[in-house]
Design a protein around this ligand. Sequence first.
Ligand code: 2PG
Length: 237
Amino acid sequence: MPRLILLRHGQSQWNLENRFTGWVDVDLTDQGEAEATRGGELIARAGFKPDVMFTSVLNRAKRTGAMALEAAGLKDVPVIEDWRLNERHYGGLTGLNKAETAEKHGEEQVKIWRRSYDTPPPPLAPGGEFDFTTDPRYAGQDIPDTESLKITLERVLPYWNSAIAPRLKAGEDVLVTAHGNSLRAIVKHLFDVPDDRIVGVEIPTGNPLDIELDAELKPVSARYLDEDRAQALPALS
Ligand SMILES: O=C(O)[C@@H](CO)OP(=O)(O)O
């Protein structure tokens, strides 16, 4: 049975500072690095040896994956990067403090921007501090200027279907290191979570989510390897 581990990056500087991050390339904090290493140790203890690791192009995910593989004694695992595993693009909220934004626009509005399935934040104005259109990592790509979770899923899923699912269907084991919302999109797809229920799914930083899949890539079992930092998972259908 193919085995998939989803690993959200360890705590980032802007997780710590409570800022909307999205595509900004902030690094891990010391705690985030420790979470990545511990994630790798738990992966080794669980006997997981991935054939391939997929990661977003953002450093916090790449570094988490590299540190986890190193801690697991799996430094030689091939790594494939793709921007379609990036965090959800936070549009015009990018860089703002979440608490200050709630004071300005109200808790309810911020909750809608953060966790509603299909209401995107306002778009990112071009030419500002966080203009990703000139970043060479996205050259030639039609990149968004804001994303809801739905829009995130619509760019994660084609990548899942074309690049990741075929490896699992071929019987390989796969590690994906990515972000709170790109991983929520994958979880929504795999566990068939209804649009109005995905709001309740939170993925902790640096805690490997170990999923056994059947031949059709339906989850047969799922558990967080660090039980003390686990969050509720959607029911298996
Ligand atoms: O800021 C972000 O990019 C994400 C992940 O840290 O935050 P949220 O919890 O609002 O999805």
